[in-house]
Design a protein around this ligand. Structure first.
Ligand SMILES: *[C@@H]1O[C@H](CO)[C@@H](O)[C@H](O)[C@H]1NC(C)=O
Ligand SMILES: *[C@@H]1O[C@H](CO)[C@@H](O)[C@H](O)[C@H]1NC(C)=O
Ligand SMILES: *[C@@H]1O[C@H](CO)[C@@H](O)[C@H](O)[C@H]1NC(C)=O
Ligand SMILES: *[C@@H]1O[C@H](CO)[C@@H](O)[C@H](O)[C@H]1NC(C)=O
Length: 237
């Protein structure tokens, strides 16, 4: 699926000072682009108020609807931690087509409350309580289309026109759902075994809305940053 961003925050922070943590790179220098991304990640994740970038670690979501044809599932008060430790594996630019390709590895934890009923990995399941997930070596490949726009500062800026992504789970993830079947151990037993053994399967089956919500947050933050910082402070031209 291809996503588009709105221009809500366009140039709200046009007068910001140059960014000390950005190492400006040549367009073809993948090593430099990857490194500067890795230097930027923890700073970015902590939030950069001068540029209007909100903190990304932890992230909090009041409600996420992860329902599908097979299951009704709502997650409440979800806290996601760990984005500050993400590592870019590669960052590449395609200047001719104004594209940016980023492959990034993250280990994240998720904690919150859930309410579910339906079928999960084919077995009947229901419950209401705390949920927890350790998502290990979550590797996302982003395909971003940029365009150049002029800011209020009269300078050229990047703006994200659209993006798509794919993800892989390169390690075993662990999911825990407390209080399945109202705590009835007899009813919950089969479901607990399936949940304990199939973290990745569960994330693939019901994780898309959560992952999408996360990635929209991330794209918004990057967009805000691009709109605040002129290209001349970001890349070698
Ligand atoms: C990445 O950039 C930082 C900051 O300029 C520098 O200290 C570090 O040596 C660089 N690492 C690599 C692998 O180039
Ligand atoms: C989520 O947290 C808020 C604030 O602590 C609380 O009022 C609300 O009841 C919580 N939601 C659920 C479903 O527990
Ligand atoms: C994720 O966790 C694995 C296993 O502990 C570790 O080897 C890897 O370096 C971590 N990745 C990141 C990006 O922190
Ligand atoms: C990026 O997206 C464009 C447009 O959808 C597509 O043509 C291209 O193949 C994608 N590239 C990668 C590396 O995914």
């Amino acid at each position: 699926m291809w996503h588009y961003l709105l221009f809500v925050s366009l140039f709200a922070f046009a007068n910001a000072v140059p960014v000390p943590f950005i190492i400006k790179c040549n367009a073809r220098d993948v090593k430099c682009l990857t490194n500067t991304t890795n230097v930027a990640i923890p700073i970015f994740a902590a939030g950069i108020p001068e540029y209007g970038v909100e903190t990304l670690d932890p992230l909090f979501f009041e409600t996420i609807d992860s329902s599908s044809l097979n299951i009704k599932l709502i997650m409440y008060n979800t806290t996601v931690k760990g984005l500050r430790n993400c590592k870019a594996r590669t960052v590449q630019r395609d200047v001719v087509n104004s594209k940016l390709f980023i492959k990034i590895e993250c280990n994240v934890t998720l904690n919150g409350l859930y309410v579910m009923s339906g079928r999960l990995l084919l077995i009947p399941i229901e419950g209401k309580g705390k949920n927890h997930a350790d998502i290990n070596r979550f590797v996302t490949s982003f395909n971003v289309t940029l365009k150049d726009v002029q800011g209020k500062d009269g300078k050229k800026h990047w703006s994200i026109k659209g993006w798509s992504y794919t993800y892989e789970l390169e390690d075993q993830s662990h999911v825990r759902l407390e209080n399945l079947f109202g705590g009835n151990e007899v009813l919950a037993k089969a479901a607990e075994i399936v949940v304990a053994a199939n973290g990745n399967g569960i994330i693939r089956e019901i994780g898309s809305p959560v992952i999408n919500t996360l990635i929209v947050k991330l794209a918004d933050a990057i967009q805000t940053f691009f709109h605040a910082v002129p290209l001349e402070d970001l890349i070698l031209q």
